[in-house]
Write a protein that binds this ligand. Structure first.
Ligand SMILES: *[C@@H]1O[C@H](CO)[C@@H](O)[C@H](O)[C@H]1NC(C)=O
Ligand SMILES: *[C@@H]1O[C@H](CO)[C@@H](O)[C@H](O)[C@H]1NC(C)=O
Length: 177
């Protein structure tokens, strides 16, 4: 009984610390984004935006830009992973060609998110959202390349991430007054 009580207390303390650790603007903005577009994953939004060092000072406009930056960073992570895969010993030529295609595609995904950042920064939201749509479609082109080559896609997680952060970025941009 005593152990249970102390465990409960510890859990409560941890929960309080975690809640205080999340910025209030990130929480309310992710909630509003998820309410406005059911495809937005609230947990993902909170997790990914609150990790970024610019989030604590950001307003809604700032968080839309943070989402674009997170998207660009994740494209960089995808490229790094593709390079690791390309360096595998005895890589099959079919896989090599497909990975090289995806390396270019993810470079352009990163570029599109960087452009989205600029457009949102200049408050041209229509153009910003177009860049975000482009980023998503480029990551799907990589998935299509694996399908066409009929080889297992090692980058599904990256296109999932790209799609999720793109939905977050667009939904938050739509909340800017
Ligand atoms: C939502 O995001 C969380 C955290 O990234 C993830 O664990 C969960 O699987 C996602 N849910 C859906 C439906 O994609
Ligand atoms: C956004 O950019 C487009 C294309 O450059 C331009 O036609 C439009 O006027 C811009 N909108 C704003 C609000 O600046």
């Amino acid at each position: 009984m005593k152990l249970t009580t102390s465990l409960l207390t510890t859990t409560t303390i941890v929960v309080i610390i975690v809640l205080h650790g999340t910025d209030a603007t990130v929480e309310t903005t992710c909630k509003a984004a998820a309410d406005s577009d059911k495809r937005v994953n609230y947990t993902f939004c909170i997790d990914e935006l609150s990790n970024h060092h610019e989030s604590p000072e950001a307003d809604i406009w700032g968080l839309a830009k943070v989402a674009a930056l997170v998207g660009a960073d994740s494209a960089g992570d995808a490229m790094a992973y593709i390079k690791v895969l390309l360096n595998k010993v005895g890589i099959d030529s079919n896989e090599k060609v497909t990975l090289e295609q995806c390396l270019k595609l993810y470079f352009n995904v990163g570029y599109a998110f960087a452009e989205a950042y600029d457009k949102i920064n200049y408050r041209n939201y229509t153009l910003g959202k177009e860049e975000v749509v482009l980023a998503t479609s480029l990551s799907h082109k990589c998935d299509d390349a694996f399908t066409k080559a009929t080889i297992a896609n090692p980058l599904m997680q990256h296109s999932w991430y790209t799609t999720q952060i793109a939905l977050v970025c667009t939904a938050i941009t739509n909340l800017i007054k």
